[in-house]
Design a protein around this ligand. Structure first.
Ligand code: FMN
Length: 194
């Protein structure tokens, strides 16, 4: 029996998809990583476009309450984030950074900044045509700000037209490596984060 099989059902991985295209290039790579994770964990792909999420209004009430004052689709996503042991963020590059959907999601996690996602295992995927490294850095920086553990530098996928990512075997290989590395880290820690 695989020594990691005891992780199955006890742990969960979620993939946050920041592309407005449900079946686009970013979805493809995120799915490749989640497929690897699904060998050992329950997995769920969270398509941000399915949720109504407004931008942070900087009311800063979360400083007092620890909760976000905006009651919208993000409340469900908070629950998913808390339940997850592993979180993969995936975004296309839009003007050299993440999409508006992903940025809105990121800003709305401000109430969680005091370690509420600490020690979960993180991973990042960025997709675009060129100069997309900053998108990956933005995602990794976000994960580190929330004190997740990252053991892989992340996946860069080069594609513009829908479906073009299937012609980037290196990206697909990296997406698999990311999943394997996340499994490895989960095994090493082998505990539920607090
Ligand atoms: C508004 C917008 C801005 C974009 N900006 C960039 C960019 O700065 N760099 C880049 O390489 N690609 C850029 N692209 C292209 C997308 O990143 C590319 O088409 C990607 O494959 C889309 O991923 P998806 O299929 O997952 O949506 C942009 C696309 C749109 C619609």
């Amino acid at each position: 029996m695989d020594k990691r099989s005891n992780l199955k059902k006890e742990m969960k991985a979620i993939g946050i998809l920041g592309s407005p295209r449900k079946n686009g290039n970013t979805y493809f790579l995120l799915n490749e990583t989640l497929n690897i994770l699904s060998k050992e964990l329950d997995t769920e792909l969270v398509f941000l476009g399915d949720y109504s999420i407004g931008p942070c209004t900087s009311c800063l009430s979360c400083r007092e309450t620890g909760e976000c004052s905006i009651k919208d689709g993000m409340q469900e996503i908070y629950r998913k984030l808390f339940e997850a042991d592993a979180i993969v963020l995936a975004s296309p590059s839009y003007f050299g950074s993440v999409t508006a959907q992903m940025k809105t999601f990121m800003d709305r996690t401000w109430p969680l900044r005091n370690g509420r996602l600490k020690d979960k295992i993180g991973g990042s995927i960025a997709v675009g045509r060129r100069y997309i490294e900053n998108t990956l850095v933005t995602l990794n920086t976000f994960l580190l700000r929330h004190r997740l553990i990252i053991g892989h530098r992340g996946v860069l996928g080069y594609a513009f037209e829908k479906g073009e990512i299937t012609k980037d075997p290196e990206a697909i290989k990296m997406a698999h490596e990311l999943g394997e590395r996340m499994l490895e880290l989960l095994q090493k820690f082998n505990r539920k984060p607090t």
